[in-house]
Design a protein around this ligand. Structure first.
Ligand SMILES: [Zn+2]
Length: 190
């Protein structure tokens, strides 16, 4: 029996094409990696009895007509739906090819959002084996600033790191399990 059912908004970062397409590295595109991981995260959470909405339900979903309106479309959708929690999935990029691991951003530290992000990072480390780089405040990020519910942006791994890019592309279920297990642990449902 699901005791703590929540409305969980999973935002797969970026668009299939510009405006607001994602980072590229090692032959992969961020928007493709996080699209697939988001779909799989939703499947796991729905199977566990949670109510999930995706910002990009299909591979062709293109949101907004500018960078700003693409971000606004995601936030407005989550706010209008009345999401309890907002999780934006991204892949990190660095000029240092060995940069490694998962990290989370929240509007402010010491919040429910930070607890949610910490649970996700803890579970991601278990399922992917990638280092947990921790949670940081990023009050300038639009999707964290304008969402009305606890929100976190998760950088799943580095697309500029050859191993991590291939892992996200070839083993998306590991990242989906990590995110979903983190949400369920946060809800007390794991
Ligand atoms: Zn991104």
């Amino acid at each position: 029996m699901v005791l703590n059912m929540a409305k969980i908004y999973i935002d797969q970062g970026h668009n299939p094409v510009n405006p607001n397409s994602g980072a590229e590295g090692n032959g992969y595109r961020e928007q493709d990696l996080v699209y697939e991981i988001g779909v799989r995260t939703a499947e796991i959470l729905r199977a566990a009895g949670q109510d999930v909405r995706l910002s990009r339900p299909t591979p062709q979903t293109q949101l907004g007509t500018s960078n700003a309106s693409s971000l606004a479309a995601r936030v407005n959708d989550a706010n209008a739906w009345g999401a309890d929690y907002f999780i934006s999935l991204h892949a990190n990029a660095s000029e240092i090819p060995t940069a490694s691991g998962s990290e989370g951003y929240v509007y402010r530290l010491g919040t429910t959002a930070q607890t949610l992000a910490e649970n996700i990072l803890t579970q991601l480390e278990i399922t992917t084996g990638l280092p947990n780089r921790g949670v940081f405040a990023r009050p300038t990020l639009y999707v964290l600033r304008r969402t009305k519910m606890p929100a976190t942006l998760i950088e799943l791994g580095f697309i500029t790191n050859a191993y991590e890019a291939a892992l996200m592309a070839n083993e998306p279920e590991l990242f989906a399990e990590g995110v979903a297990n983190g949400v369920l642990a946060f809800l007390g449902e794991l």
